[in-house]
Design a protein around this ligand. Structure first.
Ligand code: ARG
Ligand code: ZN
Length: 452
């Protein structure tokens, strides 16, 4: 599809035609308008990183194998901070400019719709986290002995050029070189570990599709433990020595937690698992794919939560941050179920004590299915009222159907995406009930709902 030069010149002359030939600077998520990019899908990220822990400096090359979904005279990548020293598209030098969190690339020859192309970005600098709308730090967070790396919702762009929205999922090879004595831990399988000239290179491979925010490259002085579970899942745990004694009794339970979760939700979605226990003041843990990262020794409930996300959030991904209750409500409800089935409070009791909170409580500040903005996506209504929604569903359909719904959700959307509307339809299909008013009340109606 070659356009005669004269016609191309005409097209360039009109504002709309120019916009139509460039990829959009975001996927159109109302909470994070610039997150992700339009016009292409990244099939694979090959990241080669060298992190000098004493200077906090990163030298890196990212090779993205992407497929255009439209003709791309120009396209964006998300990248915040850092200095870009060169961009190639399919071996030809490409023009680029920075515009806030967008790295705008103009290739010498525009990939056409459906075509695969390869982008190489060389970059360097001192990575820093971004501050999220709720005030938390997110992304590459330097620590005393390395970095705590967790990117939800928008921090991936602080350490690699990304199509940074969960709508785009990709496989990854992540190569991290750190000074001898440090360990660099990422997602998936450790392919190799080599030491030369005072530096050690860790090659990690995540072959199952992963959203950019779930990538990690956490660096520190870690004690490493590796084993394979009875189900054949390879476990890699990395623990900061200062957290080791507190973490040990909890990490010991990982195989039984994964077995229990597999029994409820269906087979564990990945080949690899584990934990990264850092010693950092971040204030949260993240369900980094196949291997959650904790800023300190987790308690058992947190371990259950982050690993439940492997099914709900990691394997089944969001298409919009507004649907965040599909991640946090489900992971929180997994904690309630775990307590119920391990000699603790019943889920009903947990529900009742939350429901007893007065109508003025922050829990009822906004409905779980409509947090309103990026500022609210990790607030109590999403977690607790999201879990309460599932508990109401369970009450309405009964245990056998409820657990069938959870397994069908994880199974049918495995490795892909799911929306709230799809979940509601699936629940109605499995139960044969009209659940409209239940979900409208619990997910979308402001204020404290009337319990059924
Ligand atoms: N998804 C994480 C959890 O397991 C929370 C991430 C919070 N991120 C943030 N930037 N505050 O609950
Ligand atoms: Zn969570």
């Amino acid at each position: 599809m070659t356009i005669p030069l004269a016609v191309a010149a005409l097209l360039v002359g009109t504002g709309t035609a120019v916009a139509a030939t460039g990829g959009a600077p975001g996927v159109g998520d109302p909470y994070f308008p610039l997150a992700g990019n339009g016009g292409y899908h990244v099939e694979h990220y090959g990241l080669t990183l060298r992190y000098d822990t004493s200077r906090g400096r990163l030298d890196a090359t990212a090779v993205l194998t992407a497929r255009a979904t439209q003709s791309l005279a120009r396209f964006d990548l998300d990248l915040e901070g850092l200095k870009v020293t060169g961009v190639n598209v399919d071996h030809a030098r490409a023009a680029f400019r920075r515009d806030g969190q967008e790295l705008v690339v103009t290739p010498r020859r525009a990939p056409s719709a459906g075509e695969e192309f390869r982008v190489t970005v060389a970059y360097q600098g001192s990575p820093k986290p971004v501050t999220d709308p709720d005030g938390s730090a997110d992304g590459w967070i330097p620590t005393g002995d390395g970095a705590f790396v967790a990117g939800e919702p928008q921090g991936a762009m602080t350490w690699f050029p990304a199509n940074g929205h969960p709508r785009d999922k990709s496989s990854y090879d992540i190569m991290i070189t750190v000074p001898n004595g440090r360990t660099a831990v990422s997602n998936g399988r450790l392919v190799s570990q080599r030491t030369a000239h005072g530096w050690t290179t860790f090659h990690w491979q995540q072959s199952e599709p992963m959203a950019a925010y779930l990538a990690t490259a956490t660096v520190g002085r870690f004690k490493v433990e590796q084993y394979t579970t009875r189900d054949g899942i390879r476990v890699y745990n990395a623990v900061d020595a200062r957290e080791a004694s507190a973490a040990a009794p909890v990490l010991k339970k990982l195989p039984s937690v994964l077995e229990w979760e597999s029994g409820l939700f269906g087979p564990y979605p990945f080949r690899n698992a584990g934990s990264i226990v850092d010693h950092a003041k971040v204030g949260y843990a993240l369900e980094t794919q196949s291997r959650p990262v904790y800023d300190a020794a987790p308690d058992l409930s947190t371990l259950v939560h982050e690993n439940a996300h492997q099914w709900f959030g990691d394997s089944v991904s969001l298409t919009s941050w507004k649907d965040i209750w599909l991640n946090e409500g489900f992971a929180t409800y997994a904690e309630w179920l775990y307590r119920e089935q391990h000699g603790g409070d019943s889920a009903q009791k947990t529900f009742d004590s939350l429901y007893a909170r007065p109508a003025t409580d922050g829990l009822w500040a906004f409905p779980a299915g409509d947090p309103g903005s990026g500022k609210n996506i990790f607030a109590a209504p999403v977690y607790a009222r999201g879990a309460m929604t599932l508990h109401e569903l369970r009450g309405a359909v009964g245990d056998p159907v409820f657990f069938r719904i959870l397994r069908a959700w994880a199974g049918e959307h495995r490795g892909g995406h799911g929306t709230t509307a799809q979940f509601v339809r699936l629940a109605e299909r499995e139960s044969g009930k009209n659940l409209d008013s239940l979900f409208t009340t619990w997910l979308y109606t402001a204020g404290k709902p009337n319990s059924a």
